[in-house]
Design a protein around this ligand. Structure first.
Ligand SMILES: Cc1ncc(COP(=O)(O)O)c(C=O)c1O
Length: 455
């Protein structure tokens, strides 16, 4: 298993990976091919093994085609992904390098490079030199870890051991509600404005109503989660006025920017995030719109010290190690970790930050052009001026069932993946563009298709 006789297999695997970088144009991969996969793997784990070449063949021919290619430029659902070639291939290098990136003692070289990428993000957000954090597995893990830190800080300051409450709008990502369940704390709903944003005014009103109804002093609220690009609509909360309220009341402000904060990399989009420089923590996922493969989410704290107090794990064998200057394990809920920030770092180092700005601007322009086309076409309604690269629109008169039927049919055919959602209670279609290769003309074909669709 560790001998050089595995070289041939290693070359086959690398060869496959290089080939996969070029997504076949007419791919019909996806759940439509999933019928036989359980049977296909039934006899693969045996005392003798089936051999790497056979297993790779099975993966290429049967298993992979039953997975949706999330990097297909016409995959416009959820928040897709668009990893750069450099980032993807470096992920393989990372796997081959066996780095324990939990502590400086074992992973200093990798951690230094991860921290360089985190510094780039912290600088884009305007956080001070003392800011720092860690790459975790995803936006969900980033939200949970930031909120655990926020509650720790609140408890230290107030001496309260109350369950605590997080203030957020209903547009906040589901992972924040999931974090509240894990932490056994409450969520205080904050109203959204007509554009779907949290404003300072609405936050203040929610906090005052909460104080009046529950506690008298509202001291159980320990954090506000604002979103820098909601998943559903790409809306950016009014970070400046929200930060004002958090400052007034000494509340921790976390910005979930898993999808949208990537746009900080674009000098033109940056202004939409005014106030981000005042947060206590933020998260942004390189595996969404920063062109890195799964799984990678950057979690950055203005002051990492309390994060380490909240999260660091201790034990005789752990505390015996000279842990050096920066231990990523201390800043989130984990211990062993892959240096999952390295593909982002390598990609930034390879192409430069200007290429990132250009790629993000391209996707925003593609979404904008699509939104303009929707607004101009009779029979369609643009529901919201896009803040980032999500576009919400209706085909006038369509019901949710019609959207679902059309969406499923086109997904099964492998033409494109566009999934319905709702906006302010109205069923609608949603596209999210993160791939710079998404062809604006191909997006217009979606509108042509919808206009002529008869079910
Ligand atoms: C705004 C936002 N937050 C959090 C998440 C969860 O991220 P992950 O799936 O990486 O855990 C998502 C996922 O789409 C998101 O869009």
């Amino acid at each position: 298993m560790w001998s050089s006789r595995t070289d041939l297999l290693a070359h086959s695997l690398i060869g496959y990976a290089v080939e996969r970088l070029k997504l076949p144009k007419d791919t019909t991969w996806g759940p439509g091919n999933a019928a036989g996969v359980v049977d296909a793997v039934a006899d693969t784990v045996t005392p003798e093994g089936i051999g790497g070449h056979a297993a790779l063949r099975l993966f290429r021919e049967v298993l992979l085609p039953a997975c949706r290619p999330m990097d297909d430029p016409m995959n416009l659902a959820y928040v897709p992904t668009a990893p750069s070639n450099a980032a993807t291939m470096f992920d393989l290098v990372l796997s081959a390098s066996s780095i324990f990136a939990g502590a400086w003692e074992g992973g200093a070289g990798a951690i230094a490079a991860e921290n360089r990428a985190l510094r780039w993000l912290a600088d884009l957000a305007g956080l001070p030199p003392s800011a720092g954090g860690v790459f975790v597995s995803g936006g969900s893990a980033a939200n949970l870890s930031a909120l655990v830190t926020a509650r720790y800080v609140h408890r230290e300051r107030t001496g309260s051991d109350a369950r605590g409450t997080i203030a957020a709008t209903r547009e906040v990502h589901a992972s924040v509600r999931a974090a509240a369940r894990v932490m056994d704390c409450n969520v205080l709903p904050v109203d959204i404005d007509a554009q779907g944003r949290m404003t300072g005014e609405a936050l203040r009103a929610a906090l005052e109503a909460h104080e009046a109804a529950h506690l008298g002093d509202g001291s159980d609220v320990f954090a506000v989660v604002a979103t820098g690009g909601t998943t559903n609509s790409g809306t950016i909360d009014e970070l400046g006025s929200v930060a004002d309220v958090c400052d007034e009341r000494g509340l921790w402000l976390h910005v979930d920017g898993a999808y949208g904060l990537a746009a900080l990399a674009s000098p033109t989009a940056q202004a939409s995030f005014a106030g981000i420089e005042r947060v206590d923590s933020f998260g942004v996922d390189p595996h969404k719109w920063l062109f890195a493969p799964y799984d990678s989410a950057a979690l950055v704290y203005r002051d990492p010290v309390p994060a380490a107090a909240a999260h660091a794990q201790h034990g005789d064998y752990l505390d015996a190690v000279d842990r050096g200057e920066w231990n990523p394990a201390d800043y989130a809920y984990h211990l062993s970790r892959r240096a999952r920030g390295l593909p982002l770092w390598f990609s930034l180092a390879t192409y430069g930050t200007d290429a990132y700005a250009a790629a993000i601007d391209t996707t925003i322009a593609t979404a904008r052009a699509f939104a303009d086309a929707v607004a101009e076409r009779p029979g369609f309604t643009l529901l919201l001026d896009p803040h980032l690269s999500v576009v919400l629109f209706t085909v006038d008169g369509w019901t949710r069932e019609q959207y679902l039927e059309w969406s499923k049919r086109r997904a099964t055919e492998g033409r494109w993946l566009v999934i319905p959602t709702s906006w302010q209670g109205l069923p609608c279609l949603r596209i999210c563009v993160v791939h710079p290769s998404t062809d604006p003309a191909a997006l217009l074909e979606i509108l042509d298709d919808l206009a002529s669709y008869r079910g």
